[in-house]
Write a protein that binds this ligand. Structure first.
Ligand SMILES: NC(=O)c1ccc[n+]([C@@H]2O[C@H](COP(=O)([O-])OP(=O)(O)OC[C@H]3O[C@@H](n4cnc5c(N)ncnc54)[C@H](OP(=O)(O)O)[C@@H]3O)[C@@H](O)[C@H]2O)c1
Length: 334
């Protein structure tokens, strides 16, 4: 076992697109564990769009991140040493472990989870991890899908969108995904069973939405915000639900960000637009995990990971996430 704990810390608050120089590499000794604590060796570290807002302290649902702090990140790891009789060495766990090799688990992380020994770590971080939970609760609790609904999903080939779209299919909906390449669109329709896919970079989005949703959409699951949100707002069915999951198109913008022009269609269509934060559903994660594991076992829920090898590539991997270089869950194998 190495005696060094590699870390990436926040070096600067980003302006515009996040840069490698916004991170600083450092090495510290591996932490000691106290009573009831465990030492976790991270194996996979998650890259999430929300990291950008946390670097700027724009994400007000988590504690502020200061310059010099270890960059916050979700991860999956294995218990390397334990003073906790309930968590044995070798246990697969996930939580907010940070961009570092080792961390101490002390039960204060609400997202600390223990997985069955045979769980694939990529599954634990992806479809059964935070993004899978986001898709599950965002679609089912906020979107309230009903059989026959027309559901549009942006960021559809990403970790959250790909799962949300498949859950909508399981619930009997017609599902249209939007993604940024033909390869991603083909994955959605040919492998995941989406009814249609729109390449938002090359297709005429407005015309495609009109073609695929002639009577409007009942649910729009929004991962991107911006112009795509506006175009969807213009094509709602009566009593539509707009699930504001994220707005990645705005995360790296500088200056004032325009609001949606077409919001008033909410009035005409008696529609509801509602945001949510997945951490509010932590007490129900086990329930969702059981349901999604069953769908996986039945072959109804498929998933992919984009795995980048090497701890040193963590900042690059975050930049690649914003460039859309991932299909499914983006993660670094340390
Ligand atoms: N509310 C919550 O609690 C919660 C929790 C987790 C995640 N989220 C949100 O969910 C969304 C998806 O997160 P994720 O972790 O699953 O990431 P992801 O979808 O796996 O990866 C991000 C994807 O966004 C797309 N993208 C990047 N820039 C874009 C732009 N300007 N316009 C449109 N698409 C763009 C890229 O795909 P393309 O090739 O398609 O461009 C990229 O692959 C994010 O907005 C995130 O903030 C919310």
């Amino acid at each position: 076992m190495s005696s060094i704990n590699r870390q990436f810390r926040l070096a600067a608050r980003p302006t515009g697109m996040v840069k490698e120089s916004d991170f600083e590499y450092g090495e510290v000794p591996i932490p000691e564990i106290g009573d009831a604590e465990v030492l976790i060796k991270t194996r996979y570290i998650s890259l999430d769009p929300s990291m950008r807002g946390q670097m700027e302290n724009r994400a007000d649902y988590v504690a502020p991140l200061e310059i010099g702090d270890v960059m916050r990140a979700g991860g999956v790891g294995v218990v390397d040493a334990s003073n906790n009789p309930d968590i044995a060495v070798g246990t697969l766990v996930s939580g907010t472990f940070g961009m570092q090799d080792y961390c101490v688990g002390n039960g204060s992380d609400a997202r600390f989870r223990v997985f069955a020994p045979d769980t694939d770590p990529q599954t634990a971080l992806g479809v059964l991890g935070g993004t899978g939970m986001t898709a599950y609760f965002g679609l089912l609790e906020i979107g309230e899908p009903k059989a026959g609904d027309v559901v549009v999903i942006s960021g559809a080939a990403g970790a959250t969108g790909s799962v949300a779209g498949q859950i909508a299919k399981i619930k009997g909906c017609t599902v249209i995904g939007m993604a940024g390449s033909d390869e991603k669109c083909a994955w959605l329709t040919d492998e995941l069973g989406f009814d249609a896919a729109i390449n938002y970079k090359t297709d005429d989005i407005k015309a495609a939405l009109k073609r695929h949703c002639p009577k409007g959409m009942n649910i729009y699951f929004d991962n991107v915000g911006g112009e795509i949100l506006d175009l969807c707002l213009a094509r709602l069915a009566d009593n539509a639900r707009i699930v504001i999951c994220g707005g990645i198109s705005r995360y790296n913008l500088e200056g004032p960000i325009p609001g949606p022009k077409n919001y008033f269609n909410l009035v005409f269509r008696r529609a509801r637009m509602e945001g949510f934060i997945v951490v509010d559903y932590v007490p129900r994660f086990a329930e969702a995990e059981a349901v999604m594991q069953q769908w996986i076992d039945e072959g109804k829920l498929k998933y992919r990971s984009t795995v980048i090898d090497g701890f040193e590539n963590l900042p690059k991997a975050l930049i690649k996430l914003f460039a859309g270089e991932n299909i499914g869950k983006m993660m670094v194998r340390t």
